[in-house]
Ligand binder design. Structure first.
Ligand code: HC3
Length: 386
């Protein structure tokens, strides 16, 4: 690597670090692990007095410790999962990022091709816009840094390592075990699943926070994107934990068939989730691809109520170029046209909200009293006490 290249990289890494430090200081944020034992950073909350979201202040409903404490599902089931991955501390990950980035950069710069900035074909999925991307969208160095950032953010917050899930993928529930799930009262089964879902969403929030640019967005837009994207990202992550050869999903230590969730009383929703995972499962997405797919889904500039749509659009475009570049390098461009349309994802999320509504009508008060704060913050509006 020439001295000039080395200096450029140094400057970029330094810039990235400074930007992260600035964000942490301005938000009063110290990034920590999404473990239930130790609170993560103090994420956004909506003040019940003002109806405004106050970002990362005090103990909020987005705080993982707050959320886990309020969950009455036995902690054993939530926390002692042998597969749960505890991410690297940020300092370590930054060192790793730098090391692997420098190694990659060395390899990459030698073979750099101008194709990154060539025109992009229109994509039908993933909101790839058909516009030409000007070279000014992202420099080669920034592109590499962004790729490393997205991949690391995913790796560190993916909750379960792919190789560990793979080992367990034929471990399914026995008939008596299935029956015991069938006999569970609906409200208890909901509470149990909701707690697992919330736990998984805490990792998704952590993923968002580690994505470069996310913490630079204004608090309103961070909340808008997480509210709109959390369930969608959960579905993408669910596909990693899905065995499409026997249509089972990882749940409480084993792989569960669709029927296991019968007592939830919303098998059409679960079935739609399973179908979605099947479509993705067949594509055999790599961890890098899932990381980019997740980042692009989260940073979707088309979400309603964004205040600074332009800023999200810029981030999204950079991700688009970096993803495209990755696919080109790995000869996987063919997957783009096969990815499910984003309407499919939003339809499942809409169905989830409808089923939640039905549940709330059947069991008034239960969701509000027993579901974790983070889940309520994302999916339930506050009861009107007036
Ligand atoms: C099985 C599960 C969906 C998949 C969830 C996964 C495997 C997703 C990937 C995360 O990294 C880990 C994870 C945790 C929880 C898993 C969910 C628990 C329950 C849910 C069922 C499909 C039921 C969902 C029901 C409802 C109404 C809450 O949406």
């Amino acid at each position: 690597m020439s001295k000039k290249q080395h200096d450029i990289i140094q400057a970029e890494v330094q810039k990235l670090r400074l930007r992260e430090q600035r964000t942490e200081v301005s938000c009063g944020l110290q990034r920590t692990e999404p473990s239930a034992e130790q609170p993560t950073s103090n994420p956004p909350q909506r003040s019940s007095h003002t109806g405004q979201h106050s970002l990362w202040t005090g103990h909020s409903r987005w705080d993982s410790s707050y959320s886990a404490r309020s969950c009455s599902v036995p902690r054993m089931q939530l926390q002692k999962d042998p597969l749960v991955l505890h991410p690297n501390p940020p300092e370590k990950s930054e060192a790793l990022l730098r090391k692997s980035f420098l190694r990659e950069q060395q390899l990459h710069l030698e073979h750099a091709r101008p194709t990154v900035f060539q025109a992009m074909e229109p994509y039908c999925n993933l909101s790839f816009s058909s516009c030409l991307l000007p070279e000014s969208v992202i420099s080669a160095t920034e592109l590499e840094l962004l790729t490393q950032n997205v991949v690391l953010a995913h790796q560190e917050t993916c909750q379960f390592r792919q190789e560990n899930l793979h080992v367990l993928r034929w471990e399914t529930f026995s008939t008596p075990e299935m029956q015991s799930f069938h006999h569970k009262p609906m409200d208890q089964m909901w509470e149990r699943c909701v707690c697992h879902v919330t736990d998984a969403i805490q990792y998704i929030v952590e993923f968002a926070k580690r994505l470069s640019g996310f913490m630079d967005l204004n608090p309103n837009d961070q909340i808008v994107l997480l509210k709109a994207g959390a369930m969608e990202l959960l579905l993408l992550r669910m596909s990693r934990a899905f065995n499409c050869y026997n249509s089972t999903v990882y749940f409480e230590g084993k792989y569960a068939q669709l029927e296991l969730f019968h007592s939830l009383g919303c098998i059409d929703l679960i079935s739609a989730m399973f179908d979605f995972c099947h479509i993705l499962g067949v594509l055999n997405l790599s961890e890098h691809e899932i990381a980019f797919y997740s980042a692009m889904t989260l940073l979707d500039p088309c979400r309603p109520w964004l205040q600074d749509k332009q800023k999200v659009e810029t981030l999204h475009r950079k991700l688009q170029v970096a993803f495209r570049h990755l696919l080109r390098r790995t000869h996987r461009e063919g997957i783009i046209s096969k990815l499910p349309h984003k309407e499919r994802l939003s339809a499942i999320c809409q169905l989830h909200l409808e089923k939640l509504n039905v549940f709330q009508q059947m069991y008034p008060g239960i969701a509000w009293e027993r579901f974790p704060p983070l889940y309520k913050e994302l999916f339930i509006s506050e009861p009107d006490n007036s």
